[in-house]
Design a protein around this ligand. Structure first.
Ligand SMILES: NC(=O)c1ccc[n+]([C@@H]2O[C@H](COP(=O)([O-])OP(=O)(O)OC[C@H]3O[C@@H](n4cnc5c(N)ncnc54)[C@H](OP(=O)(O)O)[C@@H]3O)[C@@H](O)[C@H]2O)c1
Length: 322
């Protein structure tokens, strides 16, 4: 079948190991389902994989892609939950030490078909297109858990979203606004700041700019480049929820003094549960909020999408269709 896969790792030139070609048809084990992929979305995770982060060399060649929406064997429209937990695991899947994301241990979604445990299928409502639904399993689910499960935020709270242009960041802005939060966002780029206002931010600022108010929580995916500003933007007792370090994990100053003196909370967040994905789908269905799709490309042009993400030339999600 057609597939987009990683053939080798290249830390400095991730696209060098990307192949748009053919891979064997997947075979669904007992209890697993075969999904015919209609749309899949690109995540920074796919670039990390090509750089050799989070993927083992002996797992190559590996079909990339965590997110997909399509049809199950009975023709039902489904969204795929990308977290594959151990069959014996009970409870919150994100705490399973043996969990993996699609494309880490099991073949990913950038292909004609993908096999996943049947319990990982979530019904897709007719109100969401396949392209929109394909944005949800990684970036949007991560944003949902950061805000509502780990952040515990409610209507009326003020939140800062760093790096407004990213897939997770645009999801954070849209979801926070839909839930009645006051949303502040930063971006290095003026055009991205303007677009952040269009999708729901109340106020936007240049990266690193002093904010007019201290916020209840900061949603952090950028890491080193914004960490200090994030800590300095919090009110006493506020929380920083972190799910990524795009600009690198090594901090110049962790702001430890400020963290203890202002009694700040630092909370990690990773992906989300199947149940949270179901709630996210319901929230979008009911609220009319929709993922921001930067562009839709045929999966055969996947290389173009990867190149744009590597350059940071993206606002919202890049979606591949079959
Ligand atoms: N833990 C999890 O479960 C999980 C799930 C999803 C994603 N992640 C991680 O979260 C991060 C974001 O993922 P994504 O898919 O949203 O990636 P993305 O779409 O590529 O987001 C990149 C954004 O980060 C900002 N950024 C990058 N470098 C920066 C720098 N030096 N200074 C300031 N801002 C910078 C940019 O914002 P501006 O250009 O607007 O400034 C850019 O738009 C990735 O590291 C990813 O691995 C983790």
């Amino acid at each position: 079948m057609f597939a987009v896969y990683a053939e080798k790792f290249s830390p400095d030139d991730p696209l060098a190991g990307l192949v748009v070609g053919e891979r064997p048809d997947p075979v669904a084990p007992e209890g697993w389902a075969t999904v015919t992929v209609k749309a899949a979305s690109l995540n920074h995770h796919d670039l990390w994989s090509l750089r050799g982060v989070g993927l083992r060399e002996d797992a190559l060649p590996m079909i990339l892609g965590c997110d997909a929406a399509g049809y199950d064997e009975d023709g039902n429209e489904v969204v795929v939950h990308a977290v594959i937990s151990d069959p014996d695991w009970r409870g919150d899947e994100t705490f399973d030490p043996r969990r993996s994301l699609l494309s880490e241990k099991f073949q990913g979604t950038f292909a004609d078909r993908v096999v996943v445990p049947r319990q990982n299928l979530v019904p897709k409502p007719a109100s969401l297109t396949f392209e929109e639904a394909a944005c949800l399993p990684t970036a949007w689910l991560t944003a949902y858990r950061m805000l509502f499960a780990q952040g515990g935020l409610n209507a009326g709270d003020t939140v800062l979203v760093q790096g407004a242009g990213g897939g997770v960041a645009t999801a954070l802005i849209t979801l926070a606004r839909a839930a009645g939060l006051r949303v502040l966002a930063t971006s290095r780029d003026e055009a991205k700041r303007a677009r952040a206002l269009e999708i729901g931010a109340h106020e936007v600022f240049e990266s690193g700019a002093r904010l007019p108010v201290k916020v209840d929580a900061v949603m952090e995916t950028v890491g080193r480049a914004t960490w200090s500003h994030s800590i300095r933007s919090l009110r006493p007792g506020g929380a920083i929820v972190i799910s990524g370090t795009t600009s690198g994990p090594k901090l110049d100053d962790a702001e430890l003094t400020r963290i203890f003196f202002l009694q700040l909370r630092v909370i990690g967040s990773t992906m989300g549960t199947r149940s949270e994905l179901e709630k996210l789908v319901t929230m979008l269905d009911a609220s009319g909020a929709r993922p921001l799709v930067d562009r839709v490309l045929p999966m055969t042009d996947a290389r173009e999408g990867f190149a744009s993400m590597a350059k940071g030339d993206v606002f919202g999600k890049i979606v591949f269709t079959r």
